[in-house]
Structure formats: C-alpha cells, structure tokens
Design a protein around this ligand. Structure first.
Ligand code: PGA
Length: 241
C-alpha cells in the first residue's frame, strides 16, 4: 500500500483526479470503477475541470458504479446513478453506451447482480477502482461481516452506514435498508485501487484498515492483500497513522 497525505479534503480530490487522468492518458479505453459519497466529489470536480481545460477525453473510457441503493429510481437525487450523472457523466464526453449502472429498481435482484457481474467481465474487468471508506470500515457497501469474497450482491445496510448517510436524506427512515454492491471479490480483481479518505471521522477506520488485522469485520483491511493500492488521505484521516 502506498499512502499519501495531503493538506485538505480538496487536495485529496485533486490528487486523485490527477491519478485517474494519468491512467486514462496511459490507457484511453480504461475501465473505471467509481465510488460516490462526499469524499470523491472534489475528484469529480477536478476531472471535469481537466476535461474542460486540459482536453482530458473520456471518449473510450468505460465507467462502472460501485454500488446502488435498492428502491431508488435513477432520477432520485439520492440514487448513485443520479450522483454519477450529476458529478461527472453529464459534464464529460463519456458515451452513454459506456456508462454501466446498477438498476436499483430491478424486480429480480439476484438477476440484476448476475447481469452486472457479467457486464464487468465483458468489459475485461476494472482497471482502476476508486473507493471511499465508511466509518465502519466498509468499502462500497461491503459492510462488516463474517466473511469476504463475494461478487456483486445484495446487502443489508449496517445501522452505522444508514445513520451516516442520513445526512443526504430528509430523515433516517428514508435511507434505504438494502443496496446492491460490488463485492470484495470484484474490488480485489481491479488492477489498481485508489482509496480516498478525508475528515476526522475516517481516522479510526483508516487506521484499522492499514495497521489492523485483515478481517471481514473491517472490510477495507482486505486491501492489504492487493498488490496495487494507493491511499490518499487528508491530515485528519491520517491522524492515527
Ligand atoms: P463519504 O462515504 O465519502 O460520504 O464519507 C464514504 C463511504 O461510505 O464509502
């Protein structure tokens, strides 16, 4: 694991965007796995700026969402489909046919998981997976559990995650109880992983993920087993290291 500490949450995003952009330059048809949440917003802002001002082209890029709530339509402002369109897709030249999203309204969730798993395989796997980290150590919506290593799957969201994400909703009761997420197996299969964390609330999970034992109780700890992981932290998130 390579760990880089920068001075602010915005700098986390700027550096992450530079790394994503460098990978796109190196491999213009690369496959990106994209996280949502508050942390990567600065990265998307910078990617949009690089597209507008420095000619960064997404023409041949393919993008996969990391996860999605069950029960939210793609036009619901809290859906991750909506998030990715709002923060990135609608501002860059990524062809619609290269945008791969999870259907949170799928009638048959198991079938939707299989379809998405297949879509990732057909794209040749993910080259660069961008991740955040939850206060409970989750990556994607892989919540603390008894075991690792599942593919795209249905998740019952942890109480910590629902409480944390309630800030995006009018009330905790509106936060969906279930989601579909790439599994640990999919994340570890990415050729390169970029984990972003900022803020004091992330210093404990970051510490546990990096310095603690590899355990499914701290899902991010599994990244210790991946050969190409880079963590970009602000000083608050790196506080315990
Ligand atoms: P956040 O979410 O960036 O909104 O803190 C991170 C995560 O839960 O993975």
């Amino acid at each position: 694991m390579r760990i880089t500490t920068v001075s602010s949450a915005n700098e986390v995003g700027v550096l992450a965007a530079q790394i994503v952009a460098a990978d796109i330059h190196r491999k213009p048809d690369c496959v990106l796995g994209l996280a949502t949440g508050e942390t990567p917003q600065a990265m998307y802002r910078e990617l949009v700026r690089l597209h507008r001002e420095a000619g960064l082209s997404f023409q041949r890029v393919t993008a996969f969402a990391l996860d999605e709530y069950i029960g939210l339509a793609p036009d619901n402002p809290n859906s991750y489909s909506h998030y990715l369109h709002t923060h990135l897709f609608r501002h860059v030249n990524l062809p619609a046919s290269n945008i791969c999203l999870i259907d949170g309204l799928a009638r048959d969730v198991a079938l939707e998981c299989d379809r998405y798993e297949q879509q990732i395989a057909e794209a040749g796997g993910i080259d660069l997976q961008v991740l955040g980290i939850g206060q409970n150590g989750h990556i994607g919506f892989n919540e603390p559990a008894m075991s690792f290593a599942r593919g795209v799957h249905l998740v019952e969201l942890d109480a910590v995650t629902r409480a944390d994400n309630a800030r995006f909703f009018a009330h905790l009761t509106e936060v969906p109880r279930y989601a579909i997420s790439l599994g640990i197996k999919n994340i570890l299969a990415a050729k390169k992983i970029l984990l972003l964390a900022s803020g004091q609330s992330k210093c404990a999970p970051v510490y546990q993920a990096i310095r603690g034992a590899v355990t499914p109780r701290v899902p991010a700890s599994v990244l210790q087993d991946h050969p190409d992981v880079m963590l970009i932290l602000d000083q608050d998130a790196a506080d315990l290291l």
